[in-house]
Design a protein around this ligand. Structure first.
Ligand SMILES: Nc1ncnc2c1ncn2[C@@H]1O[C@H](COP(=O)(O)OP(=O)(O)OP(=O)(O)O)[C@@H](O)[C@H]1O
Ligand SMILES: [Mg+2]
Length: 422
């Protein structure tokens, strides 16, 4: 079959890498893709927000499956566009409808959904611009630190954790006053949960589900989680505290109620669900949902799947995911992200990247690269990453470090502690 994958980052490169291994694949197209993905399929210059152009391309190239990498087109309704457009409605879409994507697109919707279905999450209340006073009052009933979340999509910047009531009050005022535009016209205030985070990924056809390998990502720029937040500096899978007993709790208390809740509410959901979890004294609680895979978690989750991903995706479309086989690679995988010096603040681009031909047993995923005058160059804050397997996470990290060291460009930076805290 012909598959069209939307997106251009490391997450999509990892999806493309896995899809390209499938015997079921005839041709893979990626829009817009990146130079790394160009080795796996044909990159086509389409914007992920231009639904009519994507639809026309799909018709012209006999696409049978559309895999949506990033959240924005899902929240904006790309699945509905395909389902409702004659000709395109025969194409299977991996990604939920607009109503399903509200799990990520609206923090208030997600919290209310969890409450309706008894899914463990932090206590919360939502306030709009007319309810500043009530919001300030609710804040004073909570213990520090304070968690404020803009309701809508903010590219990972809409959550503030404030150490004092004074700062929380000030930020609440600014958020409701339009700090994130319409996205913060409503703000969720919730209880702070103390624990270690873990990301669990599920594929669902709306009725059945398969749980993929779990992973932990590393968000801060500095080692041992200090400094500013980034798009993600690396990931590890499996996660040692996600024992079979813990994962059973996740399935019983969180995954199954979520999939059943979506079905009960008549919400069309065929695709990935990303459960951002936190381990609170041995019990998993939900921090957030996303309606797509994570980046850079996908860069370790895909390498740890030893079955055919396209076989599973076919099950999602056909509604018979229960009859498809999933299997995991028993090895540990660690992904290390190489970034541009200065990121996540100001940084320079356009430096030549060398050393990729020197790597040993590494899987390379491109995040922000470009080709300039025939040369691969840096083109983003997060540039390129390496995933290595190992006997355990420390062995995988050592191999990833040896390979990261060989990739050369000006002002290269990466963390050397991915997975070390676990
Ligand atoms: N209730 C909470 N208690 C403690 N920490 C929290 C809480 N809610 C959020 N956080 C922290 O803030 C981070 C971001 O929150 P959340 O995942 O809801 O935001 P997001 O902007 O949707 O993130 P992403 O870009 O990962 O999708 C979490 O990964 C977690 O570290
Ligand atoms: Mg999110």
């Amino acid at each position: 079959m012909n598959i069209l994958l939307l997106g251009s980052g490391g997450r999509e490169h990892a999806l493309a890498w896995k899809i390209a291994q499938s015997p079921k694949l005839t041709k893979l197209f990626i829009a817009p893709g990146n130079p790394g993905m160009a080795e796996l399929g044909e990159c086509v210059n389409l914007k992920v927000s231009d639904f009519p152009a994507i639809g026309q391309f799909a018709l012209d190239h006999n696409i049978q499956m559309l895999v949506v990498g990033p959240e924005n087109p899902l929240v904006d309704g790309i699945a509905d566009y395909f389902h409702q457009t004659p000709g395109l409605n025969r194409i299977g879409v991996i990604g939920p409808s607009k109503s399903g994507a509200r799990l990520e697109g609206s923090k208030d919707f997600a919290k209310a959904f969890m409450q309706r279905h008894g899914i463990p999450t932090a206590r919360y209340q939502t306030f709009d611009t007319a309810q500043l006073k009530e919001g300030l009052k609710f804040l004073s009933t909570l213990e520090p630190p304070y968690v404020l979340k803009a309701d809508g999509l903010c590219a990972g910047k809409g959550v503030l954790i404030l150490p004092t009531l004074k700062e929380a009050r000030k930020e609440l005022e600014e958020m409701l006053g339009g700090m994130f535009g319409l996205a913060s016209a409503q703000v969720v205030i919730e209880e702070y949960l103390d624990g270690i985070e873990c990301s669990v990924f599920v594929l669902t056809d709306g009725q059945h589900y398969k749980i993929l390998p779990e992973a932990k990502d590393y968000k801060r720029i500095g080692e041992y989680d200090c400094g500013l937040n980034t798009g993600g500096m690396g990931s590890v899978s499996p996660v040692p505290f996600a024992t079979p007993e813990w994962m059973q709790k996740v399935e019983d208390r969180i995954v199954r109620p979520t999939v059943e809740g979506l079905a009960q509410e008549g919400i069309d959901y065929k695709g990935f669900i990303f459960f951002g979890l936190i381990n609170v004294k041995g019990d998993p609680m939900v921090i957030e949902y996303n309606c797509r895979m994570g980046d850079p978690e996908t860069e370790t989750v895909m390498p740890r799947l030893s079955c055919d991903l396209v076989e599973l995706l076919e099950g999602v479309i056909a509604g018979d995911l229960d009859r498809r086989e999933i299997s995991f690679d028993p090895r540990a995988a660690v992904n290390v992200m190489l970034v541009s010096g200065g990121y996540p603040q100001e940084y320079q681009k356009g430096f030549p990247i060398g050393g990729l031909d020197q790597l040993d047993d590494a899987i390379v995923f491109h995040s922000g690269t470009a080709i300039k005058d025939g040369q691969l160059v840096t083109a983003g804050g997060r540039v390129i990453s390496v995933t290595c397997y190992g006997r355990d996470k420390d062995d995988a990290l050592a191999r990833a470090m040896a390979n990261a060291q060989k990739i050369q460009y000006t002002a290269r930076y990466y963390r050397r502690d991915i997975g070390r805290d676990l």
